[in-house]
Write a protein that binds this ligand. Sequence first.
Ligand code: GLC
Ligand code: MG
Length: 544
Amino acid sequence: MTVSATTPPRTDDDWWRSAVVYQVYVRSFADSDGDGVGDLAGIRERLPYLRDLGVDALWLTPFYTSPMVDGGYDVADYRDVDPLFGTLTDFDTMISDAHALGLRIIVDLVPNHTSSAHRWFTDALAAGPGSPERSRYLFAEGRGAHGELPPNDWESIFGGPAWTRIDDGQWYLHLFDPAQPDLNWRHPQVRAEFEDVLRFWLDRGVDGFRVDVAHGMIKAEGLPDVGFSTMTTGQRQVDLLGKARLPYFDQDEVHEIYRAWRPILDSYPGARMAVAEAWAETPQRLARYIGPDELHQAFSFDFLDATWSADSFRKVIDTALSEATVVGAPTTWVLSNHDKQRHVTRYGDGVEGLRRARAASLLMLALPGCAYLYQGEELGLPEVLDLPDELRQDPAFLRTGESRDGCRVPIPWGGELAPYGFGPAGSELSWLPAPATWRALSVAAQAGQPGSTLELYRAALRIRHDHPALALGAGPVTWLESGPGVLAFSRTAGDNVLTCVVNLSGAPVLIDGYGEPIVASAPLTGQGAGHLLPVDAAAWLERR
Ligand code: GLC
Ligand code: MG
């Protein structure tokens, strides 16, 4: 069966259709000044590493002025750099160096909520109920005889009620932490402000935006109850995501916002793009965020959520490819990010998890469309599961006991002592401690080592970039005959055929029929009688 992706061939303007984008979680990537926190100058120093790795673009998580309650997703000034991360000048130097190396820069935009330290919110608190200042946020009277109950039953994604009461008796809405008040996107000033923020960063040369909580900005009129709460059912409202429409997510009116943004992006030279972090009930509803008059891409989280089985991968790949065809946009694959347990650990952790993670990465990189890598996956980093509670900083931890800190531990670059070259020579500080096992996983420990995960990524990215069957990010995925538990598909350009085989079957499989192996996530065995692909491994084979 052939599932086509209608991606046209790559031109410079279409770079995002087939790009490999590397997510930099700024505070954990590289620390230039030794304060234990990654920064923009640190990224700048490591740009050659990223160029040599073979990625096309970087997505930087928020580095704007912020009290850092939610790692910078609580923005107090959208037009400045937090001193923790540097200055606007550091940003300008970093982006100009990146461009000189052929790397594009995507920045994070956080439009659903501001920080409670944002001037607009402090003004709103000061101005009192009914004031124009309050109308930029979602303030409301409470229920109950004295307004002592929240205005509705909405729950915060980070746990607990989505409302906080202030001294004068009113409540304000925060879908995330109380330090992240939701904006009122029906207010013209809010819309105008963000259009201006887009221009501010476009003027500074950014190539795109990752839009945070892109499905959340519009809330249903009248703020109706969900009618389902953790209190009554023991199941969190947020777990309904993808199963039911919530009054605070994926409202039709949100698309008006993107239809206003697109002409702004298109008015700049070069191709400036935007990718939605959106969660919707169905892949069809997710696809509505994408198109020539809205955003360019939306992350396909179904791939990230797929379990380690051939059927599960096959299903999400087919669905994503057919949705992509409908909207004429490329698919967007993700295995890890700063919000999810790293895929080494999701697939079983330890030796088995790493084997599977390496195989899944080869699978992802052979698919058409755009792939997003999360810093450290090229080193095969696992989730750090045993961080001491007192060091955890994720605001969700205090409210739910779940923490995303384990995927945010600073990158090990080299050296014998923690934090393994994260900071300048001799610096011992890092905002989260790296485990001792990471000494052997550092960039320096893996570079040039045959069989290391870093060298596997470098090889795969080189082939993906150069091989005609992969390079354009286009061309159909043709599923091939394979045994149970084995995924095999080819990509074709003219006479060039590249086949990717992933073995999830539990027993080695013969793969010679598919062509000549050019890269594999684990050593192939049985050379004499034919190549055998071991269990939990993937290989790319070519035929001309
Ligand atoms: C997005 C971010 C996450 C953040 C949340 C609130 O989901 O990826 O890190 O906590 O939005 O801004
Ligand atoms: Mg620093």
